[in-house]
Design a protein around this ligand. Sequence first.
Ligand code: AMP
Length: 474
Amino acid sequence: MDTACERGAEHTLLASFMAGQRDRAAAVTIGRATASDQELTAAMSAVMGMVQGADVVAIEATPSLEFVALLLGSLAAGCAVVPIPATARPSERRHILTDCAASLVYSTEETDGPPAGWPSWDELRGSGSGSGSARVGDASLVLYTSGTTGRPKGVSLSTSAIAGCLDALADAWSWTADDVLVHGLPLYHLHGLVLGVLGPLHIGSPLLHTVRAQPADYAAARGSLYFGVPTVWTRIARDESAARALAAARLLVSGSAALPVSTYEQLARLTGSPPVERYGMTETQITLSVRSDGDRRPGVVGVPLAGIEARVVDEDGDCVVSGQAAIGELHVRGPFLFDGYFGRPEETAASYTKDGWFRTGDAAMAGGDGNYRIVGRMTTDLIKTNGFRVGAGEVEDALLDHPAVHEAAVVGVPDEEQGQRIVAYVVLDGVSPDELRIHVQALLAKHKCPSEIRTLEALPRNAMGKILKHQLVT
Ligand code: AMP
């Protein structure tokens, strides 16, 4: 498997920051704590001294300046950096630490207070004493995937691949040092960490991390560029005054899961500017996005980023159906895909086709205009019922169109007669399943209407707000 570097990518992560070309009083703000560029540089160089000689550094991904300093210093020292999800249970934590063979661990889990070796921000920013030159080019990030099937795998991303993706996003979103980025995402995924922390540091836009991702926090932050997952955007869309407070922002970006059409429309109405959707995976980073100057439509995740190629193939994998309004599996290739699953060369090779395309496992549709729509996972969201192929997302949007429906997840349940039966799980308030059925029948063709509507108190979700559908297909 050739790596991003061998493919000739020439992007250097954090080049301006490392060269000391920035001097902002508030480069990174997390909650109430703010760091200037000078303080971050001093803290980074203190950490470089601490991690010297370690190959793999695992760091508890808490929303804190200490975490940002440990991240920057470890990358600058040329280490492989593994963020540990703050929500990881002890067995998941053990799996990650063993699997990545961490040589140094900064974790807050083992003791009540900060354990020995976890320096405070005040110590770090005051103690930087230049410890060798930065080797960011040798460093990598190893992100453990949510692991809805099997144990989490480490996805290894080179820093040049990360820089390449961030540069392509800067181009797509006209993201510059004049922006102020706001989000409150967890810091152990591609979204919150790569786009949300390395992104602003690489591009030079100050970061305001709100710690919590509540509508009032986003509204109070007054940034120009906002990142959120659909659950966050849905909460904001339902809080009229918070949504209206975002009217001054330049760009609202949604990703990590499908943005419901109803949320898109409410946000567009309340803020005056429809959100842009982008699509990606930990393994591929962001590959498709609506451009800031592009055509915005609900349900559309945009066009391939500069340098990325995408195609949709039929189920047998041998016929390209892009542009034919047919659903198939999305394949991507380009210079900023991952280097491989950490220590798993066979699984890495199996994730590519023979001709070098990465199989995303997502069902998608590409229109003739080059814009893509994501239907969902091939395994759970492409429902084959009575000889029809139905995308779960379209049915979910019809359910969510009813104002009394708060959440919806649609799955295909094995059925002897129909192949799969469409079953909807909803969280609702003030409407009966029968009334909801009538609402959906008015919006969708008969074969797309759920055979059953089941109510729940809440849908099972992970920390990024993704619905855990495998827990529903019983
Ligand atoms: P992860 O690797 O945890 O970031 O998960 C990647 C998966 O999230 C993709 O394979 C998609 O199934 C889903 N995803 C990401 N962005 C979107 C989007 N804009 N619309 C629909 N699904 C998305």
